[in-house]
Design a protein around this ligand. Sequence first.
Ligand SMILES: Cc1cc2nc3c(=O)[nH]c(=O)nc-3n(C[C@H](O)[C@H](O)[C@H](O)COP(=O)(O)O)c2cc1C
Length: 194
Amino acid sequence: MDEKRILEELIRSRRSVKPAQFGPGKVADEVVEAILESARWAPTHGMTQPWRFVVFTGDGIERFTTFREEEYRRKNPGEQFNQLKFDKMRAASEKCSHIILIGMKRQESRKLPEWEEVAAVSSALQNMQLCATAYGVACYWSTGAMSTDPSMLSWLELGPDDLALGMLMLGQRGEEVAAPERHPQENFVRWQRK
Ligand SMILES: Cc1cc2nc3c(=O)[nH]c(=O)nc-3n(C[C@H](O)[C@H](O)[C@H](O)COP(=O)(O)O)c2cc1C
C-alpha cells in the first residue's frame, strides 16, 4: 500500500471502542509512551502546546476511580445520585489498561482565545487515537464519569482557568466495532469557485 492509502485506511479504521469491548491484558507502557509522543507533533497556535496528561495504570487506576467516585457522591447527594451511572464508572475503569486524563493549560498572557487551545488539545488527541489504532490498541475519548469536573484539575496540577477535557481510556483490542454512519460531503461542504 502506498503512504496515502495507509493514512486513509488508518483514519477510517480508527474507532471509539468502549472499555466494555476491550479484550483482556495490558498494553505495554512503551506503546503508551509512543502514543503520548504523537501528541507533541500536533499543531498549536503560537506553539503554546497546551496539552497536559496524567497516565493512570495499575493501582493508579484504582486510586483515580475511587477519587472520581467520591467526587460523584459529593456532587450528587440524595435524589441526584444515580447508582447505575456510579457502577458504570468503576466497571469501565476496571477494563482499562491505562487511563490518560486530559488537560488544557491556558497560555499565561491569555492572548489566544480559549477555543484555540482546546482545538490544539483536540488535534493532539486525534494524533494519539490514530497512533493507538496503528499500534492495534483500543481507545476511547470519554468526557463522562466526572472526567471534565473541575476536581480533575488537581491531578493535572492545573488552575481554575484551565480545563479538564476528559480521559483517553486504553485497552487491548477485543471485539470489532462497526463504524457509525457518516454524512456525505455534500451535507457539510460548499465549494465557491467564483
Ligand atoms: C471530545 C469527544 C468526547 C467524547 N466523549 C464521549 C463520551 O463521553 N461518551 C461516548 O459515548 N462517546 C464519546 N465520544 C466518542 C464518540 O461517541 C464517537 O467518536 C462517535 O460515536 C463516532 O464513533 P467513532 O469514533 O468510532 O468514529 C467522544 C468523542 C469526542 C471527540
